[in-house]
Design a protein around this ligand. Structure first.
Ligand SMILES: [Zn+2]
Length: 325
């Protein structure tokens, strides 16, 4: 039985509900189901800080952007008294070029391949999704994109212009090919079974994505070139940090720099509550997997929640009937 109780979301002030939650096996957390911010968890320190409202203006907005980005991958953001400033700092100076591309890609996604589609953007709901601090910022950027000829507005509807489609075309820009997944992991015989029964089963079997692992390709070109090409072409990158291979961090970093979604995973025995992976990656919502079955199930669920080209497709029934990762 779930102990759900009404509360106000301290981020946005809206009436919502909360329930007790566990994080990393520990209790004492609350999961806030805010319909406006999206779900996030808080520890008692964070709850006290939010209650006292001891925030400078942009910090809360940056945290709301972080909550929304985390929700995109199906993970409630874990906000604690000792991590919230670092999380806010990650969103402190988002380049306008990223915001601009996020907006264009959002209109493209909503257009579902119809280059004449007129779509509605709910600015009030999606400004944090599109990396903006407030609704006015999103509106201003959309106006700017209209002036530069990337978007066209008619009434409350927006259409991506030819220039906008070109700008977001993955082939023209050497960008991602929808439906491909690059797998970065240790090439170690001890992980062969997890590769076949966990990664391939989830990526290919459960999600229908084409999996790219460079050591499995028949290709005479230098492996470095194939890695860079594979990362450029991938829509999503899965980076398994089991055995802490430098190459995996290199590939994950390269992919993040290209604005690809990166799903970090690590075998539980090696994760050691986060101590087993590089400090720089600990902020990311890792899938810490127990065994191949657990890996397959959770990775498939995350990919369905993350990969843009899977949005709009019908997902086969989740064996556990759960929706969140
Ligand atoms: Zn809220």
């Amino acid at each position: 039985m779930k102990l759900v109780s009404p509360c106000d979301c301290r981020m946005c002030g809206k009436a919502t509900q909360s329930e007790p939650a566990r994080r990393d096996g520990q209790s004492g957390f609350a999961l806030i189901h805010c319909p406006s911010c999206r779900p996030y968890t808080v520890d008692q320190d964070m709850l006290d800080l939010l209650r006292d409202n001891e925030f400078e203006y942009p910090i809360k907005q940056r945290l709301r952007i972080a909550i929304r980005q985390s929700d995109l991958v199906g993970e409630p953001l874990d906000l604690r008294g000792d991590n919230y400033l670092a999380i806010a700092a990650r969103y402190s100076d988002i380049p306008v070029s990223r915001k601009r591309l996020a907006i264009l890609n959002h209109v493209r996604l909503l257009s579902r391949g119809d280059s004449a589609a007129e779509v509605r953007i709910d600015e009030g709901d999606c400004y944090t999704l599109l990396l903006c601090l407030h609704e006015g910022e999103l509106l201003l950027l959309m106006e700017h994109l209209q002036q530069t000829g990337h978007l066209r507005q008619s009434g409350v509807h927006w259409t991506l212009t030819y220039k906008g489609w070109e700008e977001t075309d993955p082939l023209q820009h050497g960008g991602p090919i929808p439906g491909t997944c690059f797998l970065a992991m240790a090439f170690d015989p001890a992980l062969e079974s997890a590769y076949a029964n966990g990664f391939v089963a989830a990526v290919d079997g459960d999600c229908g994505l084409q999996i790219v692992r460079v050591d499995k390709q028949e290709d005479n070109r230098p492996i470095d070139d194939r890695i860079v090409e594979g990362l450029r072409r991938a829509e999503v990158v899965v980076a398994d940090c089991t055995f802490e291979k430098g190459g995996v961090y290199f590939e994950a970093g390269y992919a993040l720099a290209l604005d690809r979604q990166v799903v970090f995973t690590c075998r539980k025995a090696d994760f050691k509550d986060g101590q087993g992976v590089h400090f720089d990656t600990r902020m990311y919502p890792f899938i810490v997997w127990e065994d191949e079955q657990d890996l397959r199930k959770r990775l498939a669920r995350r990919l369905w929640n993350t990969v843009p080209s899977l949005k709009g497709k019908t997902r086969p029934a989740d064996p556990d009937g759960e929706d969140a990762a």
